[in-house]
Design a protein around this ligand. Structure first.
Ligand code: GDP
Ligand code: MN
Length: 394
């Protein structure tokens, strides 16, 4: 889950990280009255991606009327496929320097990494690619968090590659960075976030350190621990999750265990192990699985139908392989679900069903009567579906 900037900043504030004063507006009128309170403002599109500045989603407004016009423009924009549900108006900062500060999950090192760079403002991915030496890194002990001396060293390392004149005197910068980095790190841990990022981290001409932007990504597997945030996102949740794979979002909504893989053969099975080995079989036959979909044990006809419907939502799918090992799951139930779904959804794609176990004969008989050829051997079924899909493509 990606928080919108204003939500990320609310989290920053709760951790004691300084942010500009701001108001959220959903209409040009609201933006105008917010600007009356705030004075000169920057008007910012609230979409869960970076690069808004370049796309025209960040505009400076010197008067309430300008703020109204800017908001009206931005609220009608679509930024890289995202509707803009709201704008954030913030008091204009007197920017002296723009830094980058981020805490992100480093999966290789199995801990959070702290990244600091004086090449802030632009996309950190670009900096990392072109001038990686400009990013200083630290991998704190997760139990102690970043220690003051480590943060000072990190800052000095980043300073070593900084260009131009420094707004802040070195000792004052070091003094400000220590609590800031600790707070951002703690926030990342508290939110189970895979990313907490401030870009730009602004040093104002008056020598303050303020979060000019805010990005927070909460680990999807920990969302259940942050239901308050999920609720708070409310109507914007759709926008926030649109960075996720849309098929997986839909599967989650339907309560299905589904992973989108990108190939063209839909795979449905009961039990994670069986589905994984089915993916292997498809691969071994030279095919490319479109997805992983586990309907679990004891699936009834309705679940089977749901699963087929889900697989068909993927426009890449050119054939479907259903692999059922009947234990608690009954072959006849699965067969009924498949037949019903095929008829209702008018499936014309190649559909290969391998079925063994409980009530397999009844299941296979039902399938055969309905014109779906069942298979007993899984490798054989895999070979057949790969062949049919390759043939259909010609
Ligand atoms: P992003 O492009 O989506 O990352 O959006 P940002 O919030 O980082 O804004 C992009 C750029 O707009 C920043 O790098 C700043 O240069 C500028 N900007 C953002 N907020 C302010 C502000 O309050 N005052 C001024 N002068 N510029 C700002
Ligand atoms: Mn930014």
């Amino acid at each position: 889950m990606k928080l919108l900037e204003h939500q990320a900043k609310a989290q920053f504030r709760s951790e004691g990280i300084e942010c500009p004063m701001g108001r959220v507006a959903r209409t040009p009128g609201e933006a105008e009255s917010a600007a009356r309170e705030l004075g000169e403002v920057v008007v910012k599109a609230q979409v869960p991606i970076g690069g808004r500045g370049k796309a025209g989603g960040v505009k400076v407004a010197r008067s309430p009327e300008e703020a109204r016009a800017a908001a009206s423009q931005i609220l009608q924009m679509e930024i890289r496929g995202y509707r803009v549900p709201a704008v954030l108006l913030e008091e204009l900062l007197d920017i002296g320097q723009e830094l980058y500060l981020g805490v992100t999950l480093d999966r290789d090192r199995r801990r959070l990494a702290v990244l600091l760079s004086f090449a802030g403002g632009m996309e950190i991915e670009d900096v990392a690619e072109r001038t990686p030496e400009k990013i200083a890194k630290l991998w704190p002990d997760p139990f102690s968090g970043p220690l003051p001396f480590e943060i000072r060293q990190l800052t000095l390392n980043a300073l070593a590659s900084a260009q131009g004149e420094q707004v802040l005197e070195r000792s004052r910068l070091l003094g400000l960075m220590v609590p800031l980095v600790r707070r951002l790190y703690q926030l990342c841990q508290r939110l189970d976030a895979t990313l907490c990022e401030i870009n730009p981290l602004v040093i104002t001409r008056s020598g303050q350190l303020i979060a000019g932007d805010g990005k927070v990504e909460v680990d999807q597997n920990a969302e259940y621990r942050h239901q308050d945030l999920v609720r708070e996102l409310g109507g914007d949740a759709e926008a926030a999750s649109s960075g996720d794979d849309q098929l997986e979002v839909e599967a989650r909504r339907r309560g299905l265990t589904y992973v989108h893989l990108g190939g063209d053969i839909g795979v449905i099975g009961n039990g994670a192990g069986l589905v994984m080995s089915t993916l292997d079989l498809v691969k071994q036959q030279g095919g490319s699985p479109a997805n992983f979909l586990d309907i679990g044990g004891g699936a009834k006809a309705e679940v089977v139908r749901q699963a087929l419907e889900m697989v068909l939502l993927d426009p890449e799918v050119k054939g479907i392989f259903v692999n059922i090992f009947g234990g608690i799951t009954r072959g006849d139930e699965v067969a009924k679900g498949l037949i019903q779904a095929r008829d209702e959804l008018q499936i014309k794609l190649p559909l290969v069903v391998r079925m063994t176990g409980t009530r397999e004969e009844e299941g296979r008989r039902l399938l055969e009567e309905a014109g779906i050829t069942p298979a007993v051997s899984a490798p054989e079924a895999a070979r057949r579906v790969v062949e049919m899909v390759a043939g259909a493509g010609r």
